[in-house]
Design a protein around this ligand. Structure first.
Ligand code: ADP
Ligand code: MG
Length: 353
């Protein structure tokens, strides 16, 4: 493989077409003839036909997934395998050793250690992992331990009830102490039961409301020296929509640097992950959520000047770049909007989903 052919695989890009655009631009900046292979489950998704090549992968739950993925790897010999889907990442890093196998072949698979990947899916476990490394996070209990929480945190102020294994704000309610029991019961009704769950109240967690304003923070570690932090990017969330940041303003990441370095080191981080963090007027941070992948907030810092795709490719292909990839302008406001593209022609509507 030479400069003529620099293949990378982006899996489950879904609606994040901008990632494909920005990797393409980064290839151009580095003077590489990049080839972006999109691995999708749905051949008519927005991303499926947006790369240079598309390969269909079965759902990660399908026993054929691993073989199909291996076939794709053998066909293209990519240097990078990137997934933006939490469930696929769990499958790659935790439920199987596919990610470890790819890395052994010399393929970069950004992410966190299996223990942290697992923690990212379980908000109760994550709170304990953060406490263990000295990163501040709201006290977190299950729906069965509300009394213990009130005993420790007092019953003034507001509390957040949410699904322990949730995403996109699932089961989320904000209430005062006197309404906690009913909020827990109501959140528990919409829990998606897991095979090994016994008590549905253990599938719900309760936390005091974190003080201050909410920020989205991307932290980036070297792909070749795991755990060493190379960039921190922050924006204050101005508006949320369907569990994603819809409007945000970029800010100086300095208040988050200490927590970022601790998490990167403990999680054996390689590449970028996305954190939700509250910051109060005294400068105290509370980390409430970790998404171990490119999250919906990255565009806000990219559009202000950060360039993580350029950093990834420079590391993967061994091309030196200066530090400007990690510089961005503060005070930039950006808002999301919707787009639609044609993804197939000549289809019978009865065959489509
Ligand atoms: N303890 C908390 N204090 C204040 N707001 C919270 C708290 N927990 C969650 N939220 C709000 O709910 C949103 C979703 O919760 P989060 O823990 O990030 O779960 P997920 O994004 O996985 O659904 C957060 O972005 C934040 O706005
Ligand atoms: Mg979140």
């Amino acid at each position: 493989m030479g400069v003529e052919d620099a293949p990378i695989v982006i899996g489950s890009a879904g609606r994040r077409l901008y990632l494909i655009d920005w990797f393409r631009t980064a290839f151009e900046t580095l003077g590489l003839n990049g080839r972006i292979i999109v691995a999708e489950n749905d051949p008519t998704s927005a991303a499926a036909s947006y790369g240079d090549e598309m390969r269909l992968l079965p759902p990660y739950t399908d026993p054929a997934y691993a073989d199909e993925l291996l076939r794709l790897i053998e066909e293209f010999e990519p240097k990078l395998f990137l997934s933006a889907n939490d469930y696929e990442l769990m499958h790659l890093h935790v439920d199987t050793n596919i990610a470890a196998g790819l890395r052994k072949r010399g393929i970069f698979v950004p992410g966190v250690s299996p223990a942290w990947q697992k923690g990212c899916a379980d908000k109760l476990h994550m709170a304990h992992m953060l406490e263990d490394i000295g990163v501040n996070t709201p006290m977190t209990v299950t729906g069965n331990e509300v009394d213990r929480l009130l005993g420790a945190a007092g019953s003034s102020g507001e509390f957040v009830v949410k699904h322990r294994f949730g995403s996109r704000s699932s089961g989320l309610v904000v209430v005062t102490a006197n309404h906690l029991d009913e909020a827990v019961a109501s959140s528990a009704k919409s829990v998606r039961r897991r095979a090994d769950s016994t008590d549905v109240l253990d599938e719900v967690i309760v936390q005091p409301c974190a003080p201050g304003s909410e920020y989205g923070v991307d932290i980036v570690s070297s792909l070749v020296d795991e755990g060493s932090l190379s960039g921190v990017f922050a924006r204050r969330k101005l508006r949320m929509r369907a569990g994603e940041t819809d409007k945000a303003v970029t800010v100086d990441p300095a208040p988050f640097a200490d927590a970022a370095a601790k998490i990167a080191r403990a999680a054996g981080l390689s590449g970028l992950i996305d954190l939700d963090i509250f910051l109060d007027s005294a400068g105290t941070v509370s980390v409430i959520d970790i998404n171990p992948r490119f999250g919906g907030g990255y565009p806000f810092v990219h559009l202000a000047g950060a360039d993580v795709p350029l950093y990834y490719l420079s590391q993967i292909f061994g091309i030196a770049i200066d530090a400007s990839w990690r510089h961005y302008e503060y005070g930039v406001v950006a808002a999301k909007y919707q787009e639609t593209r044609v993804t197939a022609h000549g289809q019978q509507s009865s065959d489509m989903q």
